[in-house]
Write a protein that binds this ligand. Structure first.
Ligand code: ADP
Ligand code: ADP
Length: 232
């Protein structure tokens, strides 16, 4: 599903150059819940953001569903991004829009008609268990409920891949478990491939079938969860 070859990302800034990723190779297969774990500053966010080209790689290749991401025109990239949903540590919801309005947002951008959008939003809110909060604003929700809205929004365009940036780091342990179970259901029932970055081993152990360990901009281990952690 996702094939990354010799990916290198160097940030250029006034204080010098930072090599955030160095020769990263990853194979993520359809149906995987693929965890990427590492300390703060290891390069996890950069790697995740390169997958949907929010960051432009310095060199290397990223193939998603057979399409080379680094060579797309802006309009091709826009089409490809519909196949890639993303959720965030701090949810990134629009505070001026209701739950319904947040989930509808990507569908409005895609230009769907109102009836289709309403139906779709209703189904998505049911999927994440938030039908009764449709008219609430984000400020009226708990952290776990906000992340459920984030998940519903990320699924709006029927993506094949869901990228998760520290999805539970702002949540308490109980809420973390319920969000991870929701992600597991989405993977199993909708067949969506999940890529998740985290600094927490528990998160990896709860849901991932495969894991890559990233240290100082390099992937130092990757494979099935049991094999990678047999060695530690
Ligand atoms: P992680 O997600 O594992 O915490 P990041 O990918 O955020 O790691 O960061 C990797 C390295 O790249 C760090 O040294 C960080 O300071 C640096 N970095 C990240 N984003 C930028 C940026 N936009 N400009 C310059 N350096 C950056
Ligand atoms: P995260 O919790 O994802 O690791 P960070 O606080 O590392 O978040 O980064 C937040 C934002 O700041 C990101 O967009 C990242 O690219 C950017 N960033 C991180 N490190 C640097 C840096 N050294 N210089 C400039 N931008 C940075």
């Amino acid at each position: 599903m996702i094939r990354i070859r010799n990916l290198t990302k160097i940030y250029h800034s006034s204080s010098g150059n930072v090599k955030a990723l160095e020769n990263v190779n990853l194979n993520i297969e359809k149906g995987d819940i693929f965890g990427i774990i590492g300390l703060s500053g290891a390069g996890k966010s950069t790697l995740l953001r390169c997958i949907n080209m929010l960051e432009k790689p310095t060199s290397g290749s990223i193939e998603i569903d057979g399409v080379e991401m680094t060579r797309l025109t802006p309009s091709e990239l826009k089409e490809m991004r519909k196949k890639i949903g993303m959720i965030f540590q701090h949810f990134n919801l629009l505070s001026s829009r209701t739950v319904r309005g947040n989930v509808a947002f990507p569908l409005e951008i895609a230009g769907l008609d109102k009836r289709t959008i309403d139906k779709k939003v209703e189904n998505l809110l049911e999927l994440v268990g938030l039908s009764d909060k449709a008219d609430n604003y984000p400020s009226q929700l708990s952290g776990g409920q906000k992340q459920r809205v984030g998940i519903a929004r990320a699924l709006a365009n029927d993506p094949k891949v869901l990228l998760c940036d520290e999805p539970t780091s702002a949540l308490d342990p109980e809420t973390t478990l319920s969000i991870l179970n929701l992600l597991k259901d989405i993977n199993r029932e909708l067949g969506i491939t999940i890529v998740l970055i985290t600094h927490e081993m528990n998160v990896i152990k709860q849901i991932c079938n495969k894991v890559a360990v990233i240290e100082k901009s390099r992937v130092v281990e990757q494979g099935p969860l049991i094999e990678v952690f047999k060695k530690t």
